[in-house]
Design a protein around this ligand. Structure first.
Ligand SMILES: [Zn+2]
Length: 446
């Protein structure tokens, strides 16, 4: 499960587009950050995606991708042109295919091939129509779904919702979010040929007048299971309430949201935007991204870890700057050299000891450090604008590296602190059982 949000320039503090996504996955699936430079490819080259091969293009663009470790594609990412894409699992009445392109593969292909949001949309729909979407999105059991996307660039954004080979797209006017259900109803800007006619043929509606994409194509049972309506309503509420003043730190706050009011992972019954798995919530936020798509100096904020509320977003830049190689390490089992698992050990210790008590101890430092990262990242951006290319890359890479090191040193300290501190109360038995099973499977001792 996931949530993706965007605010256009008419709704943000500085007039630039701001994009955000939480990727919610199985609790033991490390999500890694990958960097690929701009590349040229020989004629006739074929690219092996997660399940199928597709012909390569002569040139692919520089991309930064947040990917479940075993998947070719990505849950979210950005390219050198400031095109940012996030996908969502959605369930329709159309058939699912056991093989094909995953939504995450489509996402990566679009970033590698498009220099604008509009072109990225076209890449995705062309690939869907040509190869079909399909294949399991889960490593341990078969999980088939269709996909929706928010596709943004430095000027505009699109919502694209697909049901097998059918699709519909809406140009974002100001603020918009998507979750794990369809949101486009009877108004759209582009659609696949035969979209309405197919719904009429299937008996889902009587005429164009009666057509509602979400109602006709959506699977209402899955909407209830994924609890997507509440999350969609909450993300739209946060965006609308803050319209006009949205900046990068607001977007980070939206992605750290637990619905407002009292919240405790031990007693939660519903999934929230910052998603914490447990006996009643199957997915866990595994990675988070805020894209500041400013036309003259983008800054991309990645928290390559679970629980954004316990994570620091690290600044990443495009233009040949790259990302720390360590962030690419991690799989389905604990490893002390994987940053994702280092953070995970801390996060699980906090959850088992008592989230609310521990967060009150750690939060002041987390907030102070995040503020410092933001200040350092934008100072470096300003300084770099007048520098020659090589020097620019060096200055920006230094900020990424120093924030990365500071964050992971802190996670290790917090892990120690959380394991030492005495806290009253114990998690409910079902909660303990759930996380013991998970941690045993990952060979993680917490
Ligand atoms: Zn949280």
């Amino acid at each position: 499960m996931c949530d993706t949000l965007v605010a256009l320039g008419n709704s943000t503090e500085d007039g630039s587009v701001i994009f955000g996504k939480n990727s919610d996955r199985s609790p033991n699936e490390a999500q890694v950050l990958r960097y690929f430079p701009r590349m040229e490819h020989p004629e006739g080259d074929v690219i092996r995606c997660t399940y199928i091969d597709v012909p390569q293009v002569p040139e692919t663009y520089e991309v930064v991708l947040s990917s479940p470790y075993w998947i070719w594609g990505a849950e979210m990412g950005v390219n050198e042109y400031g095109v940012a894409v996030g996908n969502e699992a959605v369930w329709s009445k159309e058939p699912y295919r056991k093989t094909g392109l995953l939504g995450m593969d489509l996402l990566r292909l679009s970033l590698e091939r498009a220099d604008s949001a509009r072109k990225a949309l076209q890449v995705i729909v062309d690939l869907i129509e040509r190869y079909g979407q399909g294949g399991s999105a889960n490593k341990d059991f078969e999980l088939l779904y269709h996909n929706s996307f928010i596709i943004a660039d430095t000027r505009e954004a699109w919502v694209l919702e697909t049901a097998d080979r059918f699709w519909v797209a809406e140009k974002v006017r100001d603020v918009r979010s998507i979750s794990n259900g369809y949101t486009i109803r009877d108004r759209w800007d582009m659609a696949s040929p035969g979209l309405v006619e197919h719904a009429i043929d299937m008996g889902w509606c009587d005429s164009r007048k009666d057509f509602d994409f979400a109602r006709c194509y959506g699977d209402p049972q899955m909407d209830a299971i994924t609890m997507c309506s509440e999350r969609f309503a909450r993300s739209m509420e946060l965006l609308r309430e803050n319209k006009g003043s949205i900046n990068v730190e607001f977007m980070m706050g939206f992605l750290r949201d637990h619905g407002g009011g009292e919240w405790d992972p031990w007693s939660q019954t519903k999934a929230t935007i910052c998603m914490h798995a447990g006996p009643s919530v199957v997915s866990n936020t595994a990675g988070s991204y805020v894209g500041h798509l400013a036309p003259h100096g983008q800054v991309h904020w990645f928290a390559s870890s679970s629980s954004p509320c316990l994570s620091l977003y690290i600044p990443v830049y495009v233009g040949g700057v790259g990302v720390p190689e360590e962030l690419g390490r991690g799989n389905g089992v604990f490893s002390a050299d994987s940053p994702w698992w280092i953070h995970e050990k801390m996060a699980r210790t906090v959850h088992m000891k008592g989230y609310n008590q521990l967060v009150s101890l750690l939060k002041p430092e987390l907030e102070r450090l995040q503020k410092k990262f933001v200040e350092d990242a934008y100072k470096a951006r300003e300084r770099s604008l007048s520098l020659p290319a090589d020097e620019r890359r060096r200055v920006l890479r230094e900020v990424t590296e120093s924030c990365f090191k500071a964050a992971y040193e802190r996670y290790k300290e917090w892990s120690e602190k959380a394991s030492r501190v005495e806290v009253a109360g114990k998690p409910p038995e079902k909660y303990c059982e759930y996380w013991s099973l998970q941690s045993d499977a990952a060979k993680l001792d917490v």
